[in-house]
Write a new protein. Sequence first.
Length: 714
Amino acid sequence: MDRFEDTEIKYLKGIGEARAKLLASELQIVSFRDLLEYYPFRYVDRSKFYRIAEFQGEMPLIQVRGHFINFITEGEGRSQRLRGIFTDGERMVDVMWFAGIKKISEIYRTGVVYVLFGKPSIYSGNWQFVHPEIEKYDPERPPTGLQGVYSLTETMRKRGITQRVVQTAMRNLLAHPRFGQLAETLPEAIRSRYGFPGVQETFRALHFPEDATLLRKARERMKFEELFYLELQILRYARKRSRQLQGHMFGHIGDYFNRYYSECIPFELTGAQKRVLREIRADMRTGRQMNRLLQGDVGSGKTMVAFMSMLMSADNGFQSCLMAPTEILAGQHYETISAWGARIGLRTALLTGSTRAKERRLIHEGLLSGEIHIIVGTHALLEEKVEFSNLGLAVIDEQHRFGVAQRARMWSKGKIPPHVLVMTATPIPRTLAMTLYGDLDVSVIDELPPGRKPIETWLRYDGNRGEVNRHIWQQLREGRQIYIVYPLIKENEKLDLRSLEEGLERVRETFSGVEVSFVHGKMKPAEKEYQMQKFVEGKSRIMVATTVIEVGVNVPNATVMVIENAERFGLSQLHQLRGRVGRGADRSWCILMTKERIAAPTRKRLHIMTETTDGFLVSEADLKLRGPGDMEGTQQSGIAFNLRIANLATDGQIVQCARDTAEDVLSGNPVITGQTEVTEHRPSALPLDVDSLRILASELTRRFDHSVDWSLIS
Ligand code: ADP
Ligand code: MG
């Protein structure tokens, strides 16, 4: 007989074949466990009916009882909407629908008593509900406490799977005679550390919470459990790899490094740069492969750190490469690094997609013979034809454009993989970094070189254009350069391109006589390159562009960054854009333009930009507001998170607990890592018995399809 949780849902009372099929195709719910994990996405307080007169500020999800007086269709075509006037017998509230209008007007009638669930909101001074859930009022039904609301698809609704049906099925599942056999998924030692309820109690509270406290505990446990196994898996992987991967031993610091440092370096390193260099040095001399993420805000001086790490590589007789996400960036890095390297006799080359065949052949030869010490380039570096005499260090600039798969390809370039240094200017909050980049060690440059003037950030509306233009003129007269950036979002492409072109027209009119560069992602690379180069060389003074300039270009003479429709950018993206100015010693400005009427939360969000230039604060705020799914870097990170209940954005504290616990488990129970010899003799912070280890192994297998070698514990 199947284990209880593996039983197919068609055997559940209230489901049957047809509904089981539908649930499988709509929500991938197949087994009892899947159904248990189909958590309500919100809860309604069903202990009382609210009166419309009681509505105020921020309200939770509430229910109101009453009837519709009237339905009115308003507007035409795409902006058509349906307004229902609903009353509780005392006052009235508007109920708005913006979609599915025809069907709704067929379902609901005036005069029938309904219960409305939702969050009332205020629009133009009136209370309204937008697309609330509606049920016929059932006087027989006893008042309950919190009631879960499940997300239903349109198809489910059409085929009669309503909230009521799901609730009944769930009730039957929890009352199933074998429910008591549901296997525990979190070891007792861990549960008791945090006072978490057992698995059956947890599911009961999640689906039918008796009160808010029990619900909170149950949700915490499930969030923790989800994150704990994720962290455990990441840490196991990281440890296994760090034990396995042999690396080049860079035993000494020699002439290149010392001579450059004492005679050629153009500035004093910041304390943070020195610290990070020490961390890198320590890594590279262990004989194991370095895998390090170097985080540093825009302008913090990551390039010099990369270059000095390359000197350590050269001192030990090895070559280095630096890979950048775009040709322009690669070109800029090449300019910088070849000039620095030339002073101590290092040869640097540039290899990109547009390198000519003949040049390319020479470079291939130079790399193979070892004549070229440093190669800077784009993805072109990953081609098979590119072979090294002995690659010791690979630096990757701007992590988010390269996934884990590409890193792996870099490693295969030699018998012993090169050390890998990944640089990113996207400041990622700690809890997210350790989850996303759990397989990397992290160094942070948290200090800017001295003498930088902080960038002033203004929030301005269309009505302030006169003021903004005057400011731009004044900077142009002082010989400065200006960026003007427009959003370009895939779904909106046509519209966005139009507004970009209109913007360009306006700029040409307003600043007639000033040379303008124009760049967007749809352009031919050669044209883009030409326009960018013109700006980099100072031949054009204004750059009108979409976010293609977001990553890395360095034009220290640019002092104003105007961002149009700023409300459409995420904070981290705005921060990246802002980092394009303030690269010289001059005062600089970032001007966020929006239309006159923006919603209060949007204004609040943009306001954060005017208050801080600290990338970490910005990204924390961004993460809280938008969630990690939207954040730069998280999608391409190569780790598929499939979180059902936890939220990396808002559950930072739980992530931390999960991480700590996973570390304790691994340090005390090396068997979980699949380690054959026990090298750590620390007393365990969290001793686990054989049963607990079995739970961990079976959960890891189930969640990550990754089997653990159990021969070790029997
Ligand atoms: P990022 O970290 O954004 O890649 P860069 O490496 O491009 O930053 O550095 C930004 C600018 O700061 C460059 O012009 C660089 O030469 C300069 N710089 C780097 N480190 C220092 C320092 N310690 N003192 C002064 N200027 C520095
Ligand atoms: Mg850089």
